[in-house]
Design a protein around this ligand. Structure first.
Ligand code: AMP
Ligand code: ZN
Length: 115
């Protein structure tokens, strides 16, 4: 599996940096964002290092579908009952700060600090 030893999310996947994990399978890891915007703020990441959505293609369809299909289930498990947002910031104009694909799942009662 592709891995970048300098990447913060690869370090989390490898257990070298701690995280508050909520879900894991062979392809995907989910953990709480360290600086949440809302009562529930999860990050869904592929275990393989993929820098941005620009680096995905048809070969990633199943993995991306798995990531998205997890969102409602995990949001509900975290107590989100009234809706949530899915955000995938991509590239400089998309405001992407961490260069490892990640899906934000954001929800819970408002007001939120951002968004
Ligand atoms: P983005 O701007 O879409 O690249 O978002 C990156 C997100 O990663 C931000 O919401 C950060 O708070 C979050 N983040 C960065 N480092 C960590 C970490 N070590 N553990 C959990 N979340 C992190
Ligand atoms: Zn990575």
């Amino acid at each position: 599996m592709n891995h970048d030893p300098t990447c913060i999310f690869c370090k989390i996947v490898a257990g070298k940096v701690p995280s508050r994990k909520v879900y894991e399978d062979d392809e995907v890891l989910v953990f709480h964002d360290v600086a949440p915007w809302a009562p529930v703020h999860l990050l869904v990441v592929p275990k393989a290092h993929i820098a941005t959505m620009y680096d995905t293609d048809e070969a990633h369809t199943a993995m991306l579908g798995r990531m998205m299909a997890l969102a409602p289930r995990l949001a509900r498990e975290q107590g989100v009952v009234n809706g949530f947002r899915i955000i995938v910031n991509t590239g400089p104009d998309g405001g992407q700060e961490v260069q490892h694909v990640h899906m934000h799942v954001i929800g819970g009662p408002r007001p939120w600090s951002k968004g």
